[in-house]
Design a protein around this ligand. Structure first.
Ligand code: ATP
Length: 135
């Protein structure tokens, strides 16, 4: 099988690097699957899971938005934060989820803090799901 090099990079440094047969993730425009030989492109990502398939194995990385860039020999995902499934602290994510839910209950819907809490909630739920590899 052909493979393509994938790097997931954050402001704190690289989080994942491997040669894979397929990358799938959620772009703002919907589900995106990238195989080797894909045309060059840049796409903004949603908070979601990146699935990296190679042989019989699939790695999962939680990403909090950012961009995916496809070049002829390489896919780069630039995210504000990203964690490999095994590195996620589930208790921390559960606490973040509870804090966000509390804030959503306290805030008015049109408030800026409401939007921030919604995003914090999405990040927390995404981390919990990726740590359980549930999609
Ligand atoms: P929290 O409120 O728990 O900090 P957050 O969603 O506000 O969550 P971010 O701002 O997205 O956190 O991330 C800050 C840093 O902490 C990043 O380096 C991110 O990878 C890391 N991080 C956040 N939550 C977790 C987690 N549950 N497990 C491991 N690393 C995490």
């Amino acid at each position: 099988m052909k493979t393509i090099k994938v790097s997931v990079v954050t402001p704190d440094g690289p989080v994942y690097e491997s040669d894979v047969e397929m990358v799938s993730t959620k772009a703002q425009s919907g589900e995106l699957g990238i195989l080797p030989g894909h045309i060059p492109m840049v796409a903004p990502l949603q908070i979601g899971a990146v699935r990296l398939k190679n042989g019989g194995k699939t790695d999962f990385v939680a990403v909090s938005g950012g961009f995916l860039e496809v070049r002829p020999e390489q896919v780069t995902i630039l995210a504000q934060s990203a964690e490999q499934a095994d590195e996620i602290d589930v208790e921390r994510a559960v606490r973040a989820k509870q804090r966000a839910e509390q804030r959503l209950n306290d805030q008015k819907r049109e408030n800026i803090d409401f939007r921030r809490a919604e995003l914090a909630l999405q990040r927390a739920i995404n981390r919990i799901e990726v740590s359980e590899r549930k999609f």
